[in-house]
Design a binder for this molecule. Structure first.
Ligand code: GDP
Length: 466
């Protein structure tokens, strides 16, 4: 049987203890199947006759035995999440009653839903686009309110609209080009170079903006792995505790106290940092402590993987070779230099000297006092600036998956090529080929041209019940 002809069911709330559990049923036989297992409280009411957007109280039966009290919420096709007949059944939370309900529904003929199958049906029934389906996943996965707002804007179709505008502009341009190249004898007005270059530049800029907003958006939705780096005793643990708001790491004046990576998630402004306070990086020498050496090796590795590096230096002591080794390793990375213990050193000579030495390796240098809570504010601003979240409008259209990003890049590169070929004096038909490439990439982005394999891949990351 065609899968869409089947009626599916799944638990829509997270498994575990909770007030209520919701089981969702969707498909052509949702009403007759639920009718078999649901007994309305009021005699004379019938599931088959329930109108959309109404609720009914009753209980459900498993193998003929009365089980839990149950509230049924009815949706009629096409006015439902999937576009099919849908019934949402709420029972008491915890897993026992929901499991019993699922068993009853499967006995009545429902098939257990696969991951993301409800959303996939919504896509297949034209209730949402592929970009909106991806946004559903992002809204569920987002941690932090701004990240969720960003994903929600894609769900509302803002991304589809933004891409749609670019598509329309390219379509008009390409239609004009084609007419002009293919029908020279007709009176098609010549496309001026300025208009041609203007349109392409504008659409390329729109794609550039979406592409550059992607990583900042991902930071808002998922947070960023952040490593704290610095030689022993510069104040890494103190900074970690400042960020965490409580004493998470052991702070002692003895060098080499933090032996391994401490993991801690903290909220800094709108960004969630997954913090790794590493073993203090110092040269333990050939006969040094093996455990400490291993800790240091991990610190360097973490530095290469992290989305944000906070390298801490001690302003109260002159920078030494170990500090400079850390600085060199930070070059080209998303790294901030923290000049700590400003309370001891002030903004005098030590500060100027350290700033000059470190400037080539860091995106920004921030003097602060990790012991003082007032230091959080400048740190927060510097991090938002570095990660690009400072200027991101959570209500603007945004790309929200790696798949969308790669299609957008492909379209942008094709437009850049069209502009180059124009500049190099190649004919307009050469530019037309590039514009068609960009159009195809955009159609893949929105899902108009997405292959079954792409759709399968998108849904492979979904959870069951969504
Ligand atoms: P770590 O080894 O890099 O983790 O350094 P700790 O956080 O353990 O700090 C080492 C020493 O420096 C401790 O005695 C801290 O109290 C002190 N310290 C850390 N930050 C500051 C600061 O901003 N000002 C001053 N005066 N001392 C600090």
């Amino acid at each position: 049987m065609d899968r869409l002809q089947q009626t599916i069911c799944a638990l829509a709330t997270p498994p575990g203890t909770g007030g209520i559990a919701v089981v969702r049923v969707s498909g052509p036989d949702a009403y007759p199947m639920v009718e078999k297992i649901f007994v309305p409280l009021h005699v004379g009411r019938k599931v088959a006759e329930a109108k959309g957007y109404t609720a009914m109280l009753g209980h459900y039966l498993l193998h003929g035995a009365e089980m839990d009290e149950c509230v049924a919420l009815f949706f009629r096709a096409p006015h439902s999440y999937t576009g099919e007949d849908v019934i949402e059944l709420s029972v008491h939370g915890g897993t026992a009653m929901a499991d019993g309900l699922l068993e009853a529904l499967i006995t009545a003929g429902c098939a257990p839903a696969g991951p993301g199958e409800f959303t996939r049906r919504a896509l297949e029934n034209g209730r949402m686009s592929l970009t909106q389906a991806e946004a559903v996943m992002e809204v569920i996965a987002a941690n932090g309110r701004q990240g969720a707002a960003l994903a929600k804007s894609a769900l509302d179709g803002r991304l589809a609209k933004r891409i749609g505008k670019i598509q329309t502009a390219l379509q008009t341009l390409n239609a004009h080009l084609t007419a002009w190249v293919d029908y020279p004898e007709e009176d098609v007005p010549e496309l001026s170079d300025a208009a041609f270059v203007g349109t392409l530049t504008e659409q390329k800029a729109a794609l550039d903006a979406l592409i550059s907003g992607y990583s900042a958006g991902a930071v808002l939705r998922h947070g960023v792995d952040c490593v704290l780096l610095g030689r022993p005793n510069v104040g890494k643990s103190t900074l970690l505790n400042l960020l965490a708001g409580f004493d998470r790491a052991i702070v002692t004046p003895v060098a080499g106290t933090t032996r391994d990576i401490v993991e801690q998630a903290v909220q800094l402004g709108s960004v969630r940092l997954n913090l790794f306070d590493t073993a203090g990086v110092r040269d333990v020498g050939e006969h040094g402590d093996a455990v400490e050496a291993e800790g240091i090796r991990r610190s360097w590795k973490k530095l290469e993987e992290a989305g944000l590096v906070l390298a801490v230096f001690d302003l109260a002591a002159p920078l030494n070779e170990e500090d400079l080794e850390i600085a060199r390793r930070c070059q080209g990375r998303p790294a901030l230099a923290i000049l700590n213990k400003q309370d001891l050193a002030g903004q005098g000579e030590a500060f100027t000297a350290a700033q000059q030495q470190l400037a080539p390796y860091f995106k920004a240098i921030i003097p602060l006092t990790a012991r003082d809570a007032a230091s959080l504010q400048p740190l927060c601003q510097a991090v938002a600036q570095l990660l690009g979240t400072a200027n991101l409008d959570p209500n603007a259209a945004a790309l929200c998956s790696a798949r969308q990003l790669s299609a957008a890049k492909e379209a942008r590169d094709a437009l850049a090529e069209a502009l180059n070929s124009q500049e190099d004096g190649f004919g307009l038909d050469a530019a037309g080929v590039c514009i068609s490439d960009a159009q195809r990439a955009l159609a893949r982005l929105t899902g108009e041209d997405a292959t079954e394999a792409t759709i399968d891949e998108v849904f492979s990351t979904f959870c069951v019940g969504k």
